[in-house]
Design a protein around this ligand. Structure first.
Ligand code: INI
Length: 155
């Protein structure tokens, strides 16, 4: 039998960081609510969560990188909503954010979770921030707990 490593959803011993963008705040505030309430359901106290607000999704990687490097957090959850407009602006933001978050996580050795909605329409974003298609913030919180626990087992 191979040796299998898998994480679970046990509450972490340390703190978690959340970086959330203010752009499309009606959506991102629901993502934040989804993340915090899911963490609470799994035994993470409010006092163990620090939240940093940034202006837009493009600013998320810098704040996430700094928080991940600080050594104070076991994971950094990144929440935002990029909605396609009439230009290619969204594509530039999405590319920069996904690369930036990947890099921040790998360099710090800390899970940096991608909870950024990348939608064609506001309606799609509404459905994915607590509507019929779930809540990306909740998904992100569960992924954070699983990765923290997996990394502890892989050490
Ligand atoms: N930021 C978002 O978070 N979502 C968007 O949909 C968006 N659009 O479409 O422009 C957006 N733009 C702002 C961007 O993230 C930066 O804050 C801005 O360019 C300053 O660097």
């Amino acid at each position: 039998m191979p040796r299998v490593f898998e994480g679970n959803l046990t509450p972490p011993s340390g703190s978690l960081a959340i970086v959330v963008s203010r752009y499309n705040e009606s959506i991102t505030s629901n993502l934040l609510e989804g993340a915090v309430s899911t963490l609470a359901e799994h035994g993470v106290a409010d006092e163990a969560i620090d939240v940093a607000w940034v202006p837009g999704a493009f600013e998320i990687p810098l704040a996430a990188d700094q928080m991940a490097r600080s050594g104070r957090y076991q994971a950094v959850l990144c929440l935002g909503a990029v909605i396609r407009g009439e230009t290619t602006h969204d594509q530039h933001i999405n590319r920069a954010v996904s690369l930036g978050l990947t890099q921040a996580g790998l360099e710090a050795g800390v899970p940096v979770l991608f909870g950024i909605l990348t939608c064609d329409t506001l309606e799609q974003a509404i459905q994915r921030s607590g509507g019929n298609v779930g809540n990306k913030g909740r998904e992100c919180a569960l992924a954070a707990l699983e990765m923290i626990s997996l990394l502890a087992r892989l050490e």
